[in-house]
Design a protein. Structure first.
Length: 242
């Protein structure tokens, strides 16, 4: 009897039920009957492909090494200690090695990828900060250059909300162009970042939407001060300054 994973079933019995089917491995004269199908397990890392796998009963295919997985709500250190005690109680000659929490194994598997992503996160945060400061500087300079124009508009009856809308419209144009260029860059580099991601694609709609919302929020914050300054322009002071 043997148990196969889903990848094995899809590869060799894509249209039929594999349970009850018989097979023989290369170089082995024995026939094995498929007793069930289990889910795929990424045994060699989260970023490694899943291969067709068969599992055999220990009494039918003995092995000198075994892997035990223990699931418990207790702290990992206590679970490891008790598991080793139980193993020695069954067989005093048994040696437990590489006993560690699954979280540590996952962290080790993703260490290189996590380091690269942390670097990217740092550069992305810096770029976001510089973009916000740059947008603020451009809009503040624009308001300063158009102070007299805004003052004239206010003197002719324009309301503060209209001056605020003028600055917001210019900000929206700059941010819109930036978002379009950023989206094009994301699409162009999607294949490169695909190797750094797990569980989410480089073109995931939710991820792109979240990035757009974050950039829009930063742009809004950068726009508030210049827009408020434009809305509070005193027409008399602005005209006298010229």
């Amino acid at each position: 009897m043997a148990v196969i994973n889903r990848s094995f079933a899809r590869k060799y019995w894509s249209a039929d039920d594999p349970v009850g089917q018989r097979l023989r491995l290369a170089g082995d004269l024995r026939w094995w009957t498929v007793a069930g199908v289990v889910g795929d397990v990424r045994e060699f890392g989260l970023d490694a492909d899943v291969h067709p796998t068969m599992y055999f009963p220990l009494d039918q295919l003995p092995s000198n090494t075994l892997t035990f997985v223990v699931r418990s709500p207790a702290p990992a250190g206590e679970v490891l200690r008790v598991a080793q005690q139980e193993l020695l109680a069954i067989d005093p000659r048994a040696t437990a090695w590489q006993a560690r929490p699954l979280s540590d194994m996952l962290s080790a598997s993703l260490a290189q990828r996590s380091f690269a992503l942390k670097l990217l996160h740092g550069f992305a945060a810096l770029a976001l900060l510089l973009a916000g400061l740059g947008l603020y500087g451009v809009l503040a300079y624009t308001v300063t250059q158009r102070t007299r124009e805004i003052g004239v508009r206010m003197a002719l009856g324009a309301r503060p909300v209209q001056a605020l809308g003028l600055v917001a419209k210019e900000s929206a144009a700059v941010v819109g162009i930036g978002l379009l260029l950023g989206l094009a860059g994301a699409l162009a580099t999607a294949r490169f970042f695909a190797g750094l991601l797990f569980g989410v694609g480089p073109l995931d709609p939710l991820a792109l939407l979240a990035a757009t919302l974050v950039l829009s929020a930063v742009a809004l914050v950068a726009t508030l001060a210049p827009a408020r300054r434009a809305a509070l322009v005193d027409p008399a002071v602005a005209l006298r300054a010229e």
